[in-house]
Design a protein around this ligand. Structure first.
Ligand code: XMP
Length: 308
């Protein structure tokens, strides 16, 4: 049986031993994994831990503001707006694995720059077991696993052997608020793995709006407690539609809603029909560039949770 208090004590001791008198930075996304890692590391290092939150321009609506507001007084917090840098690096790139690798590279460059400025020698990451298991199996390069060669910072991953349900138990034990404990997992590369094909500012905006609608409707109907993830994917396919009696040619959006325990497998549950119709109607009416909404009904395996 997982014993959270024992785990916390041991992890704090290990971080203390590993980092010694040096400083460390934590790659903080505001999700439950990196938040738990941050508060564990704060117990071990106090103000020698610098929490770095990078806005890569692929966050959901309102996310950057919310995360800054929550963490800025609780941790030694640094906000880096690198949206332009990520988008420039991703320009013209269509291949999903290439996109993932570019994102990890830019992330790590930024962490190394901040570490140099702060004179930190260690990088803490909230990597959990499914992240490295799937990267090792070459299914996907999870962004916090693939580090470019030449890395100077030493990586510390206290949650490496845990699964999400255990991380949520730790979060509760550490006194984190419900909104972080229950936050649906959000992939580090953000909307980049929910936009198929080239990433452009226009496609980010469309994908962001569609994700907001799915989240709002799921929460409005109180479906979120039982779900692992609920989101929208902007495909690279355009289809013919009809809006206001006129021919339209717009994007196909896919809604993806899954139940899971640890993300290693996932199932698409039965969903209320009126809820699905509402999501579809809202997406096509509130987002002019979208003409068609489809529901993904594939489980993992054979599919993965994110489409890219
Ligand atoms: P897949 O799509 O591989 O996703 O079935 C499994 C879980 O991991 C999340 N995911 C990621 N998380 N960095 C992350 O931090 C990544 O690069 C990444 N890719 C996928 C995904 O949202 C799901 O919860």
């Amino acid at each position: 049986m997982f014993k959270p208090q024992e785990f916390i004590e041991e992890a704090v001791e290990n971080i203390k031993k590993t980092v010694g008198k040096s400083k460390a930075i934590i790659a903080l996304s505001g999700g439950v994994d990196s938040s738990v890692t941050a508060f564990l590391a704060k117990k071990a290092l106090g103000d020698r831990l610098i929490a770095v939150f990078v806005n890569h321009g692929l966050l959901r609506e309102g996310e950057a503001k919310e995360i800054r507001k929550f963490f800025k007084d609780k941790l030694n917090f640094r906000y880096v707006d690198a949206s332009k840098r990520f988008l420039d690096a991703l320009k013209g790139v269509k291949d999903p694995e290439k996109k993932r690798k570019i994102i990890s590279k830019v992330f790590i460059e930024i962490f190394e720059e901040v570490a140099r400025e702060e004179d930190a020698k260690y990088l803490l990451q909230g990597t959990i077991a499914p992240d490295w298991i799937e990267s090792r199996g070459k299914i996907k390069s999870h962004h916090n696993v693939v580090l470019p060669s030449g890395l100077v910072l030493k990586v510390v991953e206290p949650l490496r052997d845990l699964y999400k349900d255990e991380v949520r138990i730790l979060a509760k034990e550490l006194g984190l608020p419900e909104k972080i404990i229950k936050r649906q997992p959000y992939p580090g590369p953000g909307l980049a793995v929910r936009i198929l094909g080239e990433i452009t500012p226009q496609k980010i905006e469309i994908c962001r709006k569609a994700n907001k609608i799915v989240e709002e409707e799921v929460i409005k109907r109180n479906l979120h407690e039982k779900l692992w993830q609920y989101f929208a994917v902007l495909t690279d396919t355009k289809v013919t539609g009809v809006k206001g009696d006129k021919r339209d040619y717009g994007y196909l959006v896919v809604i993806r809603i899954v139940e899971s325990l640890d993300a290693m497998t996932a199932k698409v549950p039965k969903l209320p029909w009126d809820f699905l119709k509402k999501v579809s109607q809202r997406i096509t009416s509130e987002i002019p560039e979208v003409t068609h909404v489809a529901l993904s009904i594939s489980d993992k395996p054979p599919s993965t949770i994110e489409l890219a």
